[in-house]
Ligand binder design. Structure first.
Ligand SMILES: C[S@@+](CC[C@H](N)C(=O)[O-])C[C@H]1O[C@@H](n2cnc3c(N)ncnc32)[C@H](O)[C@@H]1O
Length: 482
């Protein structure tokens, strides 16, 4: 009977998924949990709270978790909430009973009116990003979250963050929540108050990170983890358990003292954690400032080879050397001729000073500007720049870093720039905090390229499909020894 209902649920779910576009499902966070995964999370949860308990599923969809719970125990009392009418109807038809209530409502409306507390929560909340939430939704969700958890979230938080905090507030003392959520919550800045909450207000029983190349959802480009949280004040002498790989047979398990965990700003990649006292480690920000390169607003229009500009009649007076894209440039350093132009590349940026008057520009430049394709001319950056054709001040950095990659072996590269070349925003520039000799800069660049790949990856963020990224602040927080 249970199997038959589960097959019906899967069929209806497939129908729903195929009749809604990826964009719609992204906006509403509608990516169901595959049944085998729902089963192992449900088994784990009930092993922590027992089988005769009340469980809340705050965004139940068609009920993958409900189905999994019912296949393990018929003594559970379940409350499932779902906002979408058609998903609710499927869940209601399949699972509703004396002990299983399915409610068609927005979870936050439900939470604001419900006084019941639960022994357990099981959830794969919607991962809707903040720009899909209206100002009034954000206001309501964050007020409620603050009431339930005492945590105030920034306007950049995704919907899942509000679910986690409000849901945890609906647990009985000692109750447990299992949350299938995006791993990035444990790295991004808006997750910081949640990480603090998890170390100071509740007991973190386990966080399991799935491998990025092993996405849990066929169709959502998100790396996920399961956070298991008990509503009980933490014992400050205790450890948090992080596991990696397979949920049942983790490839790696590490235990980190809570005291140390509170000092770590990112928890997404602690696999290489060595127990070192993190407060004594020197970071790159002690030596450098990082700044993203320039956004031209249309690289194909503003960047050409120096030769091509010359052929158009545009002389060096109006050009500035710029590094080629990291996709085509693979050398470890850029040397300079006596005028500051790189020897290894002749890529050049059209660099018209802000003070230049269009009418006073040489004919060759005016002709190029007049030929600017509509698409570029009407782009956001050019529309908001005065004058639209002037990039503004450009600088060169003595070390530049590529900060996006899929490679595990060489995720990010550091290039020693001895020329005047500036760079686009596909690079981060490293600017020394105090004057450094060429020799010191050479040593720094070598040390940076010797940072083990896992430390570089751990310091940044990783998206589903294995795309790795390092933001300026993350680059500056990298541990470094010279
Ligand atoms: C990621 S899906 C997971 C569904 C189900 N929990 C599962 O594991 O298969 C999230 C669900 O949350 C629902 N949802 C989105 N916003 C909601 C809200 N404010 N309140 C309740 N449900 C919501 C979506 O319609 C979707 O069914």
């Amino acid at each position: 009977m249970q199997n038959k209902k589960e097959s019906t649920r899967q069929r209806r779910q497939e129908l729903f998924d195929s009749s809604h576009s990826q964009e719609e499902r992204n906006e509403h966070g509608q990516f169901p949990t595959p049944y085998p995964l729902a089963s192992i999370i449900a088994e784990d949860l009930l092993s922590r709270v027992g089988k005769n308990v009340s469980v809340l599923e705050p965004s139940c969809g068609t009920g993958a978790f409900i189905s999994a719970l019912l296949s393990i125990s018929d003594q559970i009392k379940i409350t499932g909430v779902e906002k979408d009418l058609s998903l609710y109807e499927t869940a209601q038809q399949l699972w509703s009973s004396d002990t299983c209530h399915i409610i068609n409502n927005d979870f936050f409306d439900y939470a604001s009116m419900e006084s019941q507390q639960f022994d357990a929560i099981i959830s794969n909340p919607p991962y809707s990003r903040h720009h899909h939430l209206s100002q009034s939704e954000k206001r309501f969700y964050s007020q409620l979250t603050a009431t339930f958890s005492g945590v105030s979230l920034s306007g950049l938080a995704g919907l899942h963050a509000y679910f986690l905090l409000t849901g945890t507030g609906m647990l009985k003392e000692n109750g447990v929540g299992s949350w299938l959520i995006p791993s990035e919550l444990f790295s991004v800045n808006y997750g910081a108050p949640i990480r603090k909450f998890l170390t100071q207000n509740v007991s973190l029983e386990r966080i399991h990170f799935f491998d990025p190349e092993n996405l849990q959802f066929d169709d959502a480009l998100v790396t996920s983890c399961v956070a298991i949280i008990r509503k009980r004040k933490p014992d400050t002498r205790s450890y948090a358990v992080f596991t990696y790989g397979d949920f049942l047979n983790p490839r790696k398990t590490i235990e980190i003292p809570l005291k140390e965990l509170t000092k770590l700003s990112k928890w997404q990649h602690l696999e290489g954690y060595s127990g070192e006292d993190v407060s004594s480690v020197q970071i790159l920000g002690d030596y450098f400032k990082a700044k993203r390169g320039i956004a031209t607003g249309g690289n194909s229009f503003f960047i050409r080879s120096r030769n091509e500009w010359h052929q158009k009649g545009i002389s060096d007076e109006w050009l500035y050397p710029i590094l080629p894209s990291p996709r085509t440039f693979h050398l470890p350093e850029i040397t300079s001729d006596e005028t500051g132009w790189p020897q290894e590349s002749d890529t050049a940026l059209l660099n018209i000073p802000k003070s230049s008057n269009y009418a006073a520009l040489p004919l060759s430049i005016r002709k190029h500007l007049d030929d600017c394709p509509e698409k570029i001319r009407n782009g956001y950056i050019l529309r908001h720049r005065t004058p639209w054709y002037s990039i503004g001040s450009v600088t060169s950095a003595p070390i530049v870093c590529t900060y996006m990659s899929r490679s595990k072996e060489t995720p990010f590269r550091f290039i020693r720039n001895r020329s005047n070349a500036t760079m686009t925003n596909t690079y981060l520039g490293l600017y020394p905090q105090t004057a450094m000799s060429d020799n010191e800069l050479d040593n720094m660049c070598e040390a940076l390229n010797n940072i083990p790949p896992e430390i570089l990856i751990n310091g940044g963020r990783e998206y589903g499909g294995g795309l790795k990224k390092l933001e300026p602040q993350e680059l500056m927080s990298l541990p470094i020894t010279f």
